[in-house]
Write a protein that binds this ligand. Structure first.
Ligand code: ADP
Ligand code: MG
Length: 475
């Protein structure tokens, strides 16, 4: 058994017992123990105290002891796991995590049979079978699909924010296809044991705040009809402030996780990023209250751009966290492999071209399969980037939301073959310096501009796919 196999096995067992993956420190303990290192050596490697590492290790040994029903400690860990592996193979045991390189692959039906209480949430909207399980309403959530995770991925960041920093308000932003919904959906099985109630709602149809609050309160407070506090004789209060106080009280009484997906649908088009559509400004009060007021629950927002209120929280406030997705990185190769593409040496180029965006890569992989029998090199030999009927409307939706000044900036950048400095850009655009700065900041929040650090200054460019789209629009 090598160290990767050992990590995989320990991770699978820990997940089965706790519903949580091994964190970085636990992995360091597993790795160090396998290598025969002392706790003092391991602690130096991970820059923490020996006492802390001993505690982490002790808890890990306890978890493994319970699940294996025998005493596991530092000295017998390796041999116990090797014995367990052999018995598992002979019993054809199945584990829920397949590792490829340092990428974890979670699949829908692969959760450990030993731990039914931690199996992934079902689509049954109001399941409430056991005490350990939270009440779930995932009617609006996407299905769990194959999901490639990797070290320091946003999924890990979110998990840590929720489990260790008690974050109350997390916003995940990124263009269509960056994996916002997939990450939030795959987060649920990892952290569900920490919550009493979990509800997923999409704002795709732009519901008014009152409708959303009613749904949330009804489910989270377990009252049907909802609690009358602040209202008259059992009637849901008409006043938004009263509705908000009921929700906040509910979030204090139970540990709830709320996921609001497609939040961009309550935000405006034709303006700088983050402004609410007229009539939807009161969502800002909800977001602010949840971020500001102490409680144990958590709200996750998925959006193309952060709502303006989120940006008023200061960076050092760990209760509020903004996560901008920037593509899958090396995990994207797994998508190309899954699609059966050829010419692996050209994959990094393809991934860069499509910014590691999993949806865009899936779409282009289909095109490459259809036109070139999977030959990536042949596809890349043609210039410019071919957008296809699937990607064009996606880019169009993002482009159409921009304000005029942002369109101007994007269009200037699409004419440049190299990244340009702020000064060069300003010389070519109309508008005051202040207006241009705001436009660049807004494009950055939308994930539609890339800021690169050159030797002495920051230079700007736009992703190749967007560049191609903007050129097409201008023709
Ligand atoms: N880490 C990942 N591994 C594998 N597939 C992914 C991953 N992230 C996203 N995907 C896939 O990419 C597509 C787009 O993801 P999605 O979450 O719908 O994006 P968004 O919500 O940002 O528009 C979906 O098919 C999803 O399953
Ligand atoms: Mg989505």
């Amino acid at each position: 058994m090598d160290v990767q196999e050992l990590l995989r096995l320990a991770d699978g067992l820990a997940f089965a017992k706790t519903g949580k993956r091994l964190d970085d420190l636990q992995q360091a303990v597993v790795r160090g123990t396998w290598q025969g290192k002392r706790y003092s050596e391991i602690s130096k490697e991970v820059h923490c105290t020996e006492r802390h590492i001993r505690n982490v290790a002790s808890k890990l040994w306890q978890i493994l002891s319970k699940i294996l029903e025998e005493d596991v400690n530092k000295s017998n860990f390796r041999s116990t796991m090797e014995r367990y592996e052999i018995s598992k193979i002979s019993n054809s045991g199945n584990f829920n995590l397949v590792h490829k390189g340092n990428i974890n692959v979670c699949t829908e039906n692969s959760h450990p049979p030993k731990a039914p209480q931690h199996s992934p949430p079902t689509q049954n909207p109001n399941e409430d079978n056991t005490e350990q399980k939270p009440r779930l309403d995932l009617r609006d959530a996407p299905d769990v699909r194959t999901f490639y995770n990797y070290a320091n991925s946003p999924l890990t960041t979110l998990e840590n924010s929720i489990a260790h920093q008690n974050s109350r308000l997390l916003t995940i932003t990124g263009m269509t296809g960056t994996g916002k919904s997939a990450i939030a959906r795959n987060l649920i099985p990892q952290i569900q044991t920490q919550f009493d109630r979990i509800i997923w709602r999409s704002l795709r149809t732009s519901p008014p705040l009152e409708t959303t609050l009613k749904t949330l309160i009804q489910f989270l407070s377990n009252q049907n009809p909802p609690l009358p506090r602040g209202g008259e004789g059992g009637v849901f209060p008409a006043n938004t402030d009263d509705q908000l106080s009921i929700l906040i009280e509910t979030l204090r009484e139970n540990r709830c996780l709320i996921i609001l997906d497609d939040v961009q649908q309550i935000l405006s088009s034709g303006q700088l990023a983050g402004h609410y559509k007229p009539g939807y400004e009161n969502y800002g009060t909800l977001f602010k209250l949840i971020g500001e007021i102490p409680h144990n629950s958590c709200l996750i927002l998925n959006s193309w751009e952060p709502p303006s209120d989120i940006l008023t929280f200061t960076d050092d406030n760990s209760a509020v966290c903004l996560l901008q997705l920037t593509g899958l990185g090396e995990a994207a190769t797994e998508i190309l492999r899954e699609k059966g593409l050829l010419d692996e040496e050209y994959w990094p180029e393809l991934i860069e071209l499509y910014q590691g965006n999993p949806l865009w890569l899936k779409l282009v992989a289909q095109t490459i399969n259809n036109l070139f029998n999977g030959r990536v090199s042949q596809y890349l030999s043609y210039q410019p980037v071919f957008l296809g009927d699937e990607l064009t409307p996606i880019l169009q939706q993002h482009y159409q939301r921009l304000s005029e000044i942002e369109k101007q900036v994007i269009s200037q950048l699409s004419n440049e073959s190299e990244p340009v400095s702020f000064t060069q850009l300003m010389a070519k655009c109309q508008g005051s310096q202040g207006e241009l700065f705001k436009a660049i900041q807004s494009l950055d929040r939308r994930g539609m501009i890339e800021k690169l650090s050159c030797e002495t200054e920051t230079v700007l460019t736009i992703p190749p796919v967007l560049k191609q789209y903007v050129k097409m629009v201008g023709e």
